[in-house]
Design a protein around this ligand. Structure first.
Ligand code: FES
Ligand SMILES: [Fe+2]
Length: 374
């Protein structure tokens, strides 16, 4: 797993105003809470006193209070009150936990995990803004849990050939050839586009089928959908724009947060141009979930659980070009020392935490060590 990326920790709507929320990512526990101004904050969940779990505590005037002995931590991770020392006490500097920068974008809570300097950090991808901000697109959001490694999940999302075999409502196994496509690479990702022969209209359902039928695009051979596919390392984000017919399009953003090495939470937003009335939202959310379930069926059964270390242990073809671009980006970031080794060195005898930007500015005076790097 990689440090020094923005990751989606939650849907903004999941963060309550009256209590903290625990989230797990990169094999560690974080606590999210709203401070006195309602701004969402993210801290390491492990209290540095006796290891209490902060997300099981209470909100106290915009601070999170540990459930064990009531130490109160502010949004910067500084402990500002230790009840057992009394209100007049000088608190030790080491009474602090790592605090991670938070940004809200597209209704998602993005958290920067790592200690890279600000000018080394990748940005949050802005490619979804045209869909999220336009009244011509209707957006819905949700999440899907894969009991699978994040690289396996991402490679599936970037795999154009599987669509014909795994998603009957989109692909067409009788016309499954993947034509060579140009891939545009950027510093933090890559992008490609292609068109393909549509699935039979009988395979489609719900609002998209109705929209295509109303537009007279249901006849066989009348559609050759196009797809634009891109990824960005921040948020481990995949964005797929599908134009099913002129004026009938949908764009999905999937941010694949590793919960740990064996488990991934895909936070998704779907934008659509058709049937934009809210009454179609549940149907579209069910469709997105069904597509993820179809992916999970193949991904979770793939072996080994992690992408193999040796290329020789797989047979790669031209149609696998996008997943291979992802592997190259991951390898480049790992070579910068951003890879977390195994489970980060945690055990029943010692806890390690995810490093934060404050560690780079002020490396001394922390109680807990940070996760081990490869
Ligand atoms: S363990 Fe958190 S206050 Fe003691
Ligand atoms: Fe898929």
């Amino acid at each position: 797993m990689l440090l020094n990326l923005w990751y989606v920790a939650a849907l903004e709507s999941d963060v309550p105003s009256d209590r903290p929320l625990g989230v797990r990512m990169l094999g560690q526990d974080l606590v999210l809470f709203r401070d006195a101004e309602g701004v969402i904050r993210a801290l390491s969940d492990v209290c540095v006193h006796r290891g209490g779990s902060l997300c099981r505590g209470k909100l106290q005037a915009g601070r999170v209070a540990c459930p064990y002995h009531g130490w109160e931590f502010d949004g910067e991770g500084q402990c500002v009150r230790i009840p057992a020392l009394g209100d007049e006490a000088n608190l030790p500097k080491r009474a602090r936990v790592d605090a991670y920068p938070v940004e809200l974008r597209y209704g998602l809570v993005w958290v920067f995990i790592g200690d890279a300097k600000a000018d080394e950090r990748p940005p949050i991808p802005d490619t979804f803004a045209p869909y999220f901000e336009s009244a011509d697109w209707r957006c819905i959001a949700g999440k899907f849990h894969f009991p699978a490694n994040w690289q396996r999940v991402m490679e599936n999302g970037l795999d154009t050939a599987h669509v014909h075999f795994v998603h009957p409502a989109f692909g067409n196994p009788a016309a499954a050839k993947v034509e060579p496509a140009i891939i545009e690479e950027s510093q933090w990702g890559a992008k490609t586009a292609h068109s393909f022969t549509a699935a039979a209209i009988e395979n489609k359902s719900g609002a998209s089928r109705a929209a295509l039928e109303e537009a007279g695009r249901a006849a066989p051979g009348s559609r050759r959908p196009s797809s634009e596919l891109q990824f960005h390392m921040s948020g481990l984000t995949i964005q797929i724009l599908q134009t099913m017919a002129p004026g009938i399009a949908q764009c999905i953003l999937s941010c694949d947060t590793p919960i740990d090495e064996h488990s991934t939470m895909a936070f998704w937003i779907q934008a659509r141009t058709y049937k934009r009335e809210p009454e179609h939202d549940a149907d579209r959310a069910a469709m997105v979930t069904k597509v993820y379930e179809q992916d999970a069926t193949v991904v979770c059964a793939s072996r080994p659980a992690f992408v193999p270390d040796r290329e020789l242990d797989e047979l790669t073809i031209a149609a696998d070009a996008m997943p291979m671009k992802l592997r190259a980006k991951i390898a480049a970031l790992a070579a910068r020392g951003w890879w977390i080794a195994g489970n980060g060195g945690n055990s029943d005898h010692g806890v390690r935490v995810l490093p934060s930007a404050a560690r780079a500015r002020d490396p001394e005076g922390w109680v807990l060590p940070t996760v081990q790097r490869a």
